[in-house]
Write a protein of this length. Structure first.
Length: 586
């Protein structure tokens, strides 16, 4: 067996690497069933087990350290694998700090479902074991971040807020800064952008109070720019990223001050923020250039194949918009086997959705339907309602272009609408808009007919999904009836406009354009400082015929009745008010 950690630490780095490489070259790997391994452990001498824990924990810890040194030369996979292997041995020795650090570094590089499932129970154990100690805050922060990455935001948010308050009260500004970053991510992903921006600015203040170095401060500015990009301030973000790049390039990779971040992560995040802003601003070539730099940094540090594939997938959209169809197809086909090997269901759904869109663009109607059906099956496995609704919506389009049975097309449109009604999605009007343009029977089809048609696709469990949704409508038949009534109202509104000679705006586009403002209106319920800025926008909109001001004031005062708030205003303004209420409810 190799020497313990103390002996390894005394070796010359080149000699240590030579020893590790030689050991790896002659090593033979055997796969042992977990039950067999547990049986052997149970029968072994406790003293032998304790020595094995020390030796193996030290060995994998040394491999991890070597991986860190070689990370920008392709050693990133060594970091993640060694951290994963070392953690159980370290926990059995109650080496909580080492175990927590390694798990955090592993998750920074590998957020695959398997790694998150592996780390979560170990982190809970560390937090429980260190309760009441000075290190508890740091470990609880890592746990909360892992909960956030597994999508358990409702559980993570109160933990994060409590940790920030306790960290600041104790003068532990490093913890407050790190945890504030995670809370900012949570708020941004849930659409609470004004609050996310405020937390990003608070994080930067905690970073300065903690005395953290230039890379951490640059990372804080990158996080603030991420929120601004989500707010739609794309030109501002692109200009800021370009201004920061020379500063980033001039920074040495090691800092005299303490840092709470890895320089490569700051670099990738800042470049990816530029990519996001360019993508949303439809600057396709710029988006491709930013993503190429992100991939270059990832490959240089030896990022995991899954991480690289997820970043490479981002090229698909710009390539499609530039009509570089062969390049887009090559990207998707190179990513697909990686997601299959990693069993990443959500990304497989995205790949097949993108393939369907590509085939639809290039005239492959039958292939678009086939890929759309596969995508829908994966979306149901992943279980995100809005993603399922998007795939139902898209598949209905593909089927319609192929002159498929109108009953099946209608079933998918109604499935999308019913899901969006229940979750109060802002995209509901898009589906209603299309249904109002189509030929429809006088009454909606029965639920059994809709379910039978959409569940003919492998993996689609529409009935089961619907039962898990919020009860905006009490049941599926009521949801279908509500959608049918909305379609009839929209059809009647259009007929009245045609008869009067006035044409209204495209409300699907209007809702999209107004979304940042409506999010701000919802956020301002608890953020009075934001209201003054919104008031000036509302005054301008009133001059253009949008009747929102009175309803918004009543919302801020606590009123929530959609019928009362929209009484007496035009239908288009009413839709914006209802969307603001949906965001507030969410």
């Amino acid at each position: 067996m190799l020497a313990d950690h103390a002996e390894l630490a005394g070796l010359d780095p080149a000699a240590l690497q030579g020893l590790l490489d030689a050991y790896a070259a002659r090593a033979t790997t055997y796969t042992i069933h977990p039950g067999v391994a547990e049986t052997v452990r149970a029968a072994a001498d406790p003293a032998v087990l304790a020595v094995a824990d020390v030796k193996l924990g030290n060995y994998h810890g040394a491999m991890y350290q070597q991986g860190l040194k070689r990370e920008m030369e392709g050693g990133g996979n060594v970091v993640t694998e060694s951290a994963r292997r070392a953690a159980p041995y370290l926990l059995r020795q109650a080496r909580w700090n080492e175990a927590a650090t390694l798990l955090e570094r592993m998750l920074l590089r590998d957020r695959s479902p398997d790694s998150l499932a592996f780390a979560l129970p170990l982190l809970r154990r560390i937090v429980e074991a260190t309760a009441g100690t000075e290190l508890e805050l740091s470990y609880a922060g890592i746990l909360a971040k892992t909960l956030l990455n597994t999508g358990r935001t409702a559980e993570a948010e109160p933990i994060l807020r409590d940790l920030i308050a306790r960290g600041a009260a104790q003068g532990n500004y490093r913890v407050a800064s790190c945890v504030a970053g995670d809370l900012c991510n949570l708020l941004g992903s849930s659409g609470r952008l004004a609050e996310a921006l405020r937390v990003a600015e608070e994080k930067a203040a905690y970073t300065r109070q903690a005395g953290l170095g230039p890379w951490t401060q640059l990372g804080d500015e990158g996080r603030r720019l991420q929120v601004l990009a989500d707010m739609g301030r794309y030109d501002e973000v692109l200009a800021a990223v370009e201004a920061l790049r020379p500063q980033m390039d001039a920074l040495p990779l090691t800092s005299e001050a303490e840092e709470a971040v890895d320089p490569w992560n700051v670099r990738e995040t800042l470049l990816d923020t530029g990519h996001t802003a360019a993508l949303r601003n439809e600057r396709w070539e710029t988006a491709l250039a930013f993503n190429a730099e992100v991939l270059k940094v990832m490959k240089a540090r030896g990022a995991e194949a899954l991480e690289v594939a997820r970043a490479r997938f981002n090229d698909n959209g710009p390539l499609l918009r530039l009509r570089r169809y062969d390049d887009a197809r090559a990207v998707l086909l190179s990513c697909r086997p990686v997601f299959e090997a990693e069993r990443h269901i959500e990304m497989l759904g995205k790949v097949y959705s993108a393939l369907a869109s590509l085939e639809s663009e290039t005239g492959g109607r039958a292939e678009a339907v086939r890929f759309g059906e596969v995508a829908l099956g994966y979306k149901y496995q992943a279980g995100k309602p809005e993603d399922c609704a998007i795939s139902h919506h898209n598949l209905a389009n593909y089927l319609e272009r192929q002159d498929a049975d109108p009953t099946t097309v209608l079933a998918h449109r109604l499935a999308a609408a019913a899901i969006r009604l229940q979750v109060q999605s802002g995209r509901l009007f898009t589906t209603v808009h299309i249904l109002a343009n189509s030929d429809r029977p006088p009454t909606p089809p029965a639920f059994s007919t809709v379910a039978e048609r959409v569940e003919a696709i492998e993996g689609v469990r529409f009935r089961a999904l619907f039962e898990r949704l919020p009860r905006t409508a009490p049941d599926i038949d009521a949801a279908l009836a509500a959608v049918w009534q909305m379609v009839a109202d929209e059809k009647r509104r259009r007929d009245e406009e045609r008869q009067s000679g006035s044409a209204g705006p495209d409300m699907a586009q209007v809702l999209h354009d107004f979304e940042p403002l409506l999010q701000g209106i919802a956020t301002a319920v608890k953020d009075e400082g934001l209201r003054a800025r919104i008031e000036s926008v509302l005054a301008i909109l009133e001059q253009k015929g949008w009747r929102l001001t009175e309803a918004v004031h009543r919302i801020w005062a606590g009123e929530r009745d959609a019928g009362a708030l929209t009484a007496g205003i035009d239908g288009n303004s009413a839709q914006l008010v209802r969307r603001a209420l949906e965001l507030l409810e969410q």
